[in-house]
Design a protein around this ligand. Sequence first.
Ligand code: NOJ
Length: 632
Amino acid sequence: MAAARGLRWPETHRRCEGGSRPPRPTRRSILTVKTLRPSTDLTAHTPAPHRDEEWWRHAVIYQVYPRSFADADGDGLGDLPGITGRLDHLAALGVDAVWLSPFYRSPQADGGYDVADYRDIDPIFGTLADADALLARAHELGLRVIVDLVPNHTSDQHAWFQAALAAGPGSRERARYIFREGQGETGEEPPNNWESVFGGAAWTRVRDRADAVGSSWADDAQWYLHLFDSSQPDLNWDNPEVRAEFEDVLRFWLDRGVDGFRVDVAHGLVKAPGLPDWSGHVTMVEGAEDADDTSDEPPVSRTSEKHHARPPMYDQDGVHAVYRAWRRVLDPYPGERILVAEAWVDPVERLARYVRPDEMHQAFNFGYLVTRWDAPALRDVITASLRANDDVGAPTTWVLSNHDVVRHASRLGLERTGKGPNGIGPADPQPDAALGLRRARAATLLMLALPGSAYVYQGEELGLPEHTALPDAVRQDPAFFRTSGDEKGRDGCRVPLPWEADAPGFGFSPTGTTWLPQPAAWAALAVDAQTGRAGSTLELYRTALRLRRELGLGVGALALAEEHRDSDTVVGLINTGSPEEARAAVLVVANLGATPLVLPEGTEVLLASEELLHDDGRVTLPADTTVWLVRR
Ligand code: NOJ
């Protein structure tokens, strides 16, 4: 074993404490940390002044992907009653809120992100009464509920799009979408060169649709825009009718009692006038890359490299008026209803524009998600994110996994960490599962120590890896089909959850049926197999979430630990915790290097992502491990 290096209690923090007594209420810590001048010095962050009821500033929000959480009716697809029946798990886990991916009426061409009716539940998931029951039970358990809103596009089965096809060019119905004439002598070329995020052109000609045969639009030469699948036509947000409709949809769900909305592709609604050509490439979550950026080396983090192409279909200034109007819809409702932006926008200063005081409440921090397992890059993204959000008085969010990316327990086991590929197949290089899980636990403990709001994707609390051996025959992601299999797509992170080790389908469904196959090895990862097992990933999450809440880490001030601020391998942070919490500020240390670190004397371990080592009477922090310490 490599010789352990010493880790001292950082100077910054030592100055905060008196003698060797247990730390006192953190007022003084905060004052000391404040002297680091948060807005100009990247080493510190102090939370914006806020009201107690602003739960969203520090909430841990759990993402439920309804198809894959729990199935009550036995058809192998998850549903709303299934979710309601398992909400106890989330309450016991210790999260504050649940975000539900779409459950609306939908042909499911893109897992429900193709909405045919925004005011109804798809029969595969249940009924509006089931949604009401879910809300009621969640609220009874003290969990808030955020629903997904998909305003950039509808399904092609939406009544508006069907009417647009039938009504023909120049009609009021077509003006709700983005229909254009083609280029070339007979209009045979698409109106511009934009690509779909899922691969292929972003335009489909009306007469080329399968349903054109024998229809009134069989000879229709117009094209329509779809930034995603051809079954997801983009709406025209220059049309006041579209704006009014979505404000009404917001009210529909607010009246039913939802606590907020996660807004899909929030940066995409407004397109640049004239729809100019743009030859760059846009990747889900990661965002835009210049066409002239030929390096296949992904940036270590988005704060460290140029990543500033602003394509004409994303992050246009006009989009902010939409969210200001939505905020005016939400604010009169009691109980702090929120808007969360899903926006692949960088640099982080531009993302922060979505969370200015009169716009949204939060934006997903994908810059954090795509950052490599690299200490300087993590410090950079943490400090840059906090600074940009502090500047607009918004909380920073943190996220490592969701339904669009390879699960972080696998991503972090790949040779090159960072955003990773869009899916992994059996013939692709496989992640190192043990290394991935070890790093995932360390990454999670680092994330949950950060002030602001954190997102947890269903199953990550079990340490679930990506399913990397799914046969092509079961794949459903449109990205797989639109890239002819070059991208395996996102099915591998959407496999139904294992609840009971010994039940068929691991208890996902009463019949044992699951819409995607589960790896046999998941028996050991089932909720019942991990509950009460010391050291299990589930118990690690439960303890971390309890401590985070008790200590008020979500509202703490944060500083970089002075002696690690330039380290290549160590991230050291001090979170002062809540000013009301009488216990210690927490020193958080993540060791990304190979050499174990000796823990500072006079400290007590609150929680560690792996067992600590004992080296010659000293306690050391092994590689790829995070620890939370307080002074004894
Ligand atoms: C982002 C969603 O997270 C993803 O799942 C979906 O495919 C696209 N938006 C299109 O709606």
